[in-house]
Design a protein. Structure first.
Length: 115
């Protein structure tokens, strides 16, 4: 199973997610998404694996979100996240079959193999 963690090392929840994975002997591909922003297509793919609308992946507390509406079309919100990766909620764990936002960290457990 391939796991990719969209990670911000300055974020407590993101560090907790990485620690959870490592404690289970898993070594995900770590993507520093602020330095290597995902494309519109990658964001759309992650949302498809999440099975959730774009508004659920957006950090509404960020200044760049002030001009956005939660009712905006997904395409508009995805474009905003691609242009301003700070808007992407973290941590985000992506497997071959699903994705999960690690808030709380335990939300990642369904994606992991049994210990």
């Amino acid at each position: 199973m391939t796991l990719t963690l969209w990670h911000n090392p300055r974020c407590t929840k993101s560090r907790a997610a990485l620690a959870l994975l490592q404690d289970r002997g898993l070594h995900p591909r770590v993507r520093l998404y602020l330095d290597d922003p995902p494309s519109v297509a990658e964001l759309a793919g992650a949302l498809s694996l999440l099975g959730r609308p774009a508004r659920d992946l957006l950090r509404w507390s960020e200044p760049e979100a002030k001009s956005l509406s939660p009712d905006a079309p997904d395409a508009e919100l995805i474009a905003a996240m691609a242009a301003h990766p700070r808007l992407i909620e973290r941590p985000l764990l992506i497997s071959d079959r699903a994705a999960a936002i690690g808030r709380p960290t335990e939300a990642l457990l369904p994606l992991l193999p049994a210990p």
